[in-house]
Design a protein around this ligand. Structure first.
Ligand code: UT7
Length: 320
């Protein structure tokens, strides 16, 4: 359980780049079909950043939107955390670049790399730091620019991913107001080769490789018991969760999770169909869409869930 000062979501934002690639576009360059992709993943199209646009550019726009939504000036931020697997540079952090772009002159900045669990991990870090009194206002951004790291001839992987960014301003709350109640992250490093972005001979850029079927199996075996045990420790039944903010990787994974928890899929928002898997951005984009569409009702319990490279798993409980 999270103790200390209560922490709430003050505002959210997203930025999805304009360039679109549909399943039909993939049919023209790969031995694949719209029917295969939709049936196996739930994805119909995804967006890409385009030539010369970087992770920081998408993140900056999402961050700006979240600040505007929160009614907070960049100078009031104590910290900017960026969750990404596709930073502009390995060093310095892309978060530092964004801090400069935003003019968040009083804020520290660093990147979090935890696969698709990155933005959940960044949120948990922000929440515990605000709860302890170290920070008051933290901007958490998830942003991905996969276009340059995809192998466009690998049909089992390149059809899954898309670019985008989402952000949230987390701030100290009032007693009795909305608050994050619990959080947990886990890793199984023995499976770290299942999803990688690494250098390969003969390639200019690092390339994303995924053992899709093994990832699918890992997640289906480990995710339901992880969520069940998280709920138990947080003292909440899955049936009591009013809304689920989920990492968007594959509709079959979500359907199977909800079936095993006995939860209706009506209590979540899926956008995988439009954006594909935007990895560290996915949870933040989904959060923004859930907040803006009024899907999250005041007073209800909200569960955030993510999983990804590492392998990593994460959950957060929010009382809206
Ligand atoms: O967010 C990070 C976490 N990542 C994930 O959650 C991804 C988890 N994994 C998955 O979502 C699924 O494993 C995939 C969607 C990646 C693949 O689906 P699958 O049902 O596990 O397929 P598979 O890899 O077992 O392949 C089945 C067949 C193979 O053909 P053969 O060997 O049976 O003839 C593949 O070559 O499907 C073939 N295949 C394709 N066919 C048409 C693989 N990709 C494609 C494709 N189009 N794009």
């Amino acid at each position: 359980m999270i103790s200390g000062f209560p922490v709430r979501i003050a505002g959210t934002g997203k930025y999805i780049p304009e360039k679109v690639m549909t399943n039909f576009d993939f049919e023209k360059i790969l031995d694949t079909s719209d029917e295969w992709i939709v049936t196996r993943t739930g994805i119909r199209k995804r967006h890409f950043a385009g030539e010369g646009v970087k992770c920081s550019d998408l993140a900056y726009k999402a961050g700006l939107a979240a600040l505007e939504d929160a009614g907070i000036d960049a100078s009031e931020l104590d910290l900017v955390i960026l969750a990404t697997n596709t930073p502009d540079t390995v060093c310095p952090s892309t978060a530092a670049k964004i801090q400069g772009m935003l003019g968040a002159v009083n804020a520290g900045a660093y990147d979090v790399l935890a696969g698709c669990t990155g933005s959940l991990t960044a949120m948990l870090t922000a929440v515990t730091g605000i709860a302890s009194g170290v920070w008051k206002n933290v901007l958490v951004i998830g942003s991905e620019d996969f276009e340059d790291v995809l192998d466009w001839s690998d049909r089992s992987t390149c059809i899954l991913f898309g670019d985008g960014a989402g952000a949230a301003v987390l701030t100290r709350s009032e007693d009795g107001g909305p608050r994050f109640a619990a959080g947990e992250v886990k890793a199984d490093g023995s499976k770290y080769r299942l999803i990688t972005i690494d250098k390969e001979e003969g390639r200019d850029n690092p390339v994303l490789r995924m053992h899709g079927a093994e990832v699918f199996k890992f997640v289906n075996v480990h995710l339901p018991p992880f969520i069940k045990s998280f709920c138990e420790k947080a003292g909440v039944e899955p049936a009591e969760i009013g809304f689920w903010v989920l990492h968007q990787a594959n509709t079959r994974i979500i359907d199977s999770l909800f079936k095993r928890l006995g939860v209706s899929t009506e209590r979540t928002l899926m956008n995988l169909e439009q954006y594909g898997n935007t990895s560290a951005a996915s949870l933040m984009v989904t959060l923004d869409e859930a907040m803006k569409s009024g899907s999250i009702k005041s007073g209800e319990k909200v569960l955030f869930m993510a999983f990804g490279a590492g392998m990593t798993l994460g959950a957060l409980l929010y009382e809206a």
